[in-house]
Design a protein. Structure first.
Length: 418
């Protein structure tokens, strides 16, 4: 078997194409495979507009596609592609070869391999391994993601999570929407205002979804997101994510600590110095040294310790019970926080009172967690993954790049699209 016939079989060209030359350029370290069409191509070729018979009109200039390596050497396919012309309507078109990928510079097999690498590492690093410019890889990734996203079906979307994601310093954000049942990103757009919901609904309905099919929306306490749900999804119940409730209460504990350091005098300041991480951990996660230090601080009956206890009680409410029990315990917790706060000078526990007011103001959405058991844990996981990705890639050139990578890694799209 000649090398040309061997490569013909390996490429799976069939009867319509043939390898007419294979050569190795030692200086460039590249294997070149020249391919041309056979007469059999025109027996099956049809006009893409009306399906009529076509004939070979002419050929393009010599084009090149990067293919998978042959051993350790680069491999490139070259071909002067034929252009067909319809005998009926006169339409002129370029014949698409079976090895061509979506980006026009790479073969299908090369693109499939490149996509595997891009899932595991930054684009710049994948470009170094593949010996290609990262701009070409981004162009390929855009083509595949756009094609796959266009075919996505959102007809079963009923439980949605939404969260903001920081793109870079300077308060530049994107809003990310996910199907919490499939654990897949379904839409992302620049901004974090109410208008993002209008864009999301438009994208949802372009992919066979319906706004009235959404029954639960998990989010933080953003007023803009709440307004967007109220305006566009009348059947949706807002569910405030437990993580954001706990985060607000944890921040209130830290505000109490800082105020007490300023107002409590030298001994209190010494006791609380560099203790911020103690109050952010749960008791079971403290080291032996941290447990001893926390016990000493509690012996002083400081307001920070009492605020910490309030956080732990609220956290315990989330650990069990049904909707009715949780509602009762949350109301009791809010009354208890106010009652305890009255016994401290300087309004020391005022941040905790504000946290209790926050719980009361968003009571229905917070309580909905016990009914639907919906959380934004998937969204928080995305934040962690892409924070690490951004550090590796030293940022993205624009939000479009980050959104494309979100769809690619977390959209569960059918890739590669060829």
């Amino acid at each position: 078997m000649t090398p040309e016939k061997l490569f013909h079989e390996l490429l799976g060209l069939g009867l319509n194409w043939e390898v007419i030359e294979s050569r190795f350029d030692r200086e460039k370290g590249t294997v070149f495979l020249e391919i041309r069409e056979t007469a059999r191509l025109w027996e099956s070729a049809r006009c893409p507009q009306d399906g009529g018979l076509v004939f070979c009109y002419d050929h393009t200039e010599m084009l090149t596609w990067r293919h998978l390596n042959v051993f350790q050497y680069h491999c490139e396919i070259t071909c002067r592609l034929p252009r067909g012309k319809c005998r009926q309507c006169g339409h002129l078109f370029r014949v698409r070869p079976p090895w061509e990928g979506l980006s026009l510079h790479f073969s299908k097999e090369f693109e499939a391999f490149a996509l595997v690498l891009l899932r595991e590492m930054p684009v710049s690093r994948a470009a170094e391994i593949l010996g290609e410019h990262d701009t070409r890889l981004w162009r390929m990734l855009f083509a595949h993601v756009d094609a796959a996203y266009a075919e996505a079906d959102f007809s079963n979307v009923c439980c949605v999570g939404v969260d903001e994601m920081n793109v870079r310093k300077g308060h530049q954000y994107i809003s990310v929407f996910a199907d919490l049942l499939r654990k897949a990103v379904i839409f992302a757009v620049e901004g974090k205002d109410k208008a993002t919901w209008e864009k999301f609904i438009r994208a949802l309905e372009e992919h066979n979804g319906h706004r009235q099919a959404i029954t639960q929306v998990s989010m933080d306490m953003s007023q803009a997101y709440q307004s967007g749900v109220a305006e566009h999804c009348r059947n949706a119940q807002v569910v405030f994510d437990p993580f954001h409730v706990a985060k607000n209460v944890g921040e209130a504990v830290d505000q109490v600590r800082r105020s007490e350091i300023q107002l409590g005098g030298y001994q209190v300041a010494e006791a609380l110095r560099q203790s911020q991480w103690l109050w952010r951990k749960n008791p079971e996660n403290l080291s032996e040294w941290e447990q001893k230090r926390l016990a000493k601080i509690k012996d002083k009956s400081l307001g920070t310790a009492k605020a910490y206890q309030m956080r732990l009680v609220l956290q315990d409410i989330y650990r069990g019970g049904d909707e009715v029990q949780a509602g009762h315990r949350l109301r009791v917790w809010c009354r208890w926080v106010r009652w305890v706060a009255r016994h401290y000078q300087y309004n020391l526990l005022r941040p905790m009172v504000k946290a209790a007011q926050m719980v009361e103001n968003h009571f229905k959405g917070i309580l909905a967690h016990w009914k639907w058991r919906v959380t934004n844990a998937f969204m928080e996981g995305l934040n962690s993954v892409f924070s690490a990705t951004k550090r590796k890639a030293r940022g993205y050139r624009s939000p479009v790049y980050l959104i494309t990578m979100l769809y690619f890694v977390a959209g569960k799209l059918r890739l590669p699209q060829t």
